[in-house]
Design a binder for this molecule. Sequence first.
Ligand code: PEP
Ligand code: MG
Length: 757
Amino acid sequence: MLEKLRSIIQEVNEASDLTSSLEIIVRRIKKSMDVKVCSAYLLDHNLGRYVLMATKGLNPDAVGKVSLAPEEGLVGLVAQRAEPVNLEHASLHPRYFYIPETQEEEFESFLGVPIIHHREVLGVLVVQQSEARDFDAEEEAFLITLSAQLAGIIANEEARDAITGFSPTGLKTTDASFEGVPGAPGVVIAEAVTVFPPADLSAIPTRKISDIKAEIAFFNECLNSVRRDISELKMKIKSQLRPEERELFDAYLHMLSDNALGAEVINHIQKGNWAQGALARVARDHVRNLESMEDDYLKERATDIKDLCSRVLFYLQEKEQENRQYPERCVLVSEELSAAMLAEVPKENLVGIVSSKGSGHSHVAILSRAMGIPAAMGIQDLPFSELDGKEVIVDGYNGRVYSNPSDDLRERFQEIVREEEQLSEGLKAIKDLPCETLDGHRVQLWVNTGLMTDVLRSIERGAEGIGLFRTEVPFLLRDRFPTEREQTEIYRQQLEAFHPKMVTMRTLDIGGDKPLPYFPINEENPFLGWRGIRVSMDHPEIFIAQVRAMMKASAGLDNLQIMLPMISNLNEVDYSVRLIKRTFQELLEEGRDVVLPEVGVMIEVPAMIYQLKLLASRVSFISVGTNDLSQYLLAIDRNNPRVAGIYSTLHPGVLRALKQIADDVQGENLKVSVCGEMAGNPGAAVLLMAMGYDVLSMNATSLLRVKSVIRNFTFQQARELMDKVLAEDDTEAVKALVDLELYNAGVDRLLRTSRNS
Ligand code: PEP
Ligand code: MG
């Protein structure tokens, strides 16, 4: 059965569009299950009906014409219940509904299973048999398994069509929307530019061209360059080659000749496809054909085709890059954006970022926050290559992307953009005012940084210190560990820029979803694995170099405090403090003018909530990392778009844990702050203040919003809100209460914040 499943999925995967996928599905299922009929119905949102999209066995003329509402017929019943319906005598069922166009009266038994993707019923797969047949459990399981696997492929193809403006049945549609996780706050509407990793034939997007003649000339030029390379190579190593190897070079040259691969590519260019897309298409077809051959020799030839086409691609891309024009305002889109891809776009043209893979913690998300560019990450089912050249809306607050927007949707987002601009202008006025409530309760607003850009933006916005300098960011941007001297320079910049305000430098927090490109960590479960302080403890040389650099950088400024990430055992604190003190002694012995910085820990692992008093005797401060603390309390991967909807720092359990931390440190000699994204959510910041946190550290974009909200509340009001919220038992109810309170305080316009906070 597994073999059958695999082979069907593979064939469907290779189909070029939704119609052919569905045709393959019904044909293969009909044969595999030995039934008289197999049909596929898909939901058309425009119609609100399940439309017959493909069939083997029913009248083919009914395809695209026959449809059922969810309350109609057995197909509707499967969709409504979102579960299989298996009937030996379908005609006896009260929901049986005969549609003359399908000519299905002679089919007695019926098995229908829903096609479900992300909880949504996309359609229904049906098999039918003339005679009464009791489909057994195994047959039902086969169809369910197949349907579950096909759902993703169908969703993807539907998404492609939606981007080009069509529903599954070919009706005009708008507002295709794709969900992921927030990368950097803000909203932008602009043209998408799809970028892809170089020299990767499988990643080339489709792109239409108008000047076909020029494209063919360009392709021929690149093809000639490869021919020349191969001929030269052959001449160079001729004497070392055996005759059969020489033949291989000739075979390569033959493949590149005008009437072989080259001609096929030109054929596709003539249909309006750009040269890279045409080449990728031809390569894919040949490789697929060759790889499916029984003969080992022929199978091997697939490698030759890939190699040759990659060589041609290299020239096409090199020349393309030289001439590349970016739109004035462009949203960079890719399957997996890298820092190098960002760097290729002129800074003034880049206004938005979208990546299919990655998370709010990816390298690119960190960079986009630093640059203040809205970003949406981990966007599921995004046919990124189709977006090229199209208008997109990036909602960085909610991690969403819209394409093919209707006038209404565009207008709605334009309004948000306008409001945001006005808001930012208005907020400038409070930049130098203290962050205090109407009744005089003072809160410190600090900033989270990673790059110098963050530092500059946050100083402009009146940050009162750095609550979290993510030192891994400069590490991520290199191709090796930075030297102690390089680190000293980087740290010094941050310390100097903020002097005399405090700068909290966190020691390296790699692992989890932050692997260094030059220090790969491959683990089954990286968030519960070797990350943060655990790596530093196993590599004291890296840790020591870091704290040496930090202390040296702080010489004469003395505004450094050191923070330890991902502490889950007190012995990690003891060992780290010992190493820090030893390093300090060594620096003194070297004659350096350094002072021993205060040391603190992040509260990110739930176990630490129960060891606060023991921590208080060891360190000077704690900072609650609500991003990780919530992920571990809720057992929800903070970066997984599939479960993003249930991740919230306003979960009643998380709020109680935060309150308990604030209560338990009362009377202890311990400074306490929050540095997770939650602190930058204005409503949540009010709650944190009420709980007793008086240092909140956040991204630069949130600083003035939070200040504005706090300045419009009394501490008394905040305490009352906190009491009400802590009595709630549901996240949504908490959110509603907080929103209402902000509305009553007249600051609801500041509500827009990252959904992940
Ligand atoms: C956190 O976990 O809340 C935190 C601030 O650390 P990071 O987001 O860098 O893991
Ligand atoms: Mg963390």
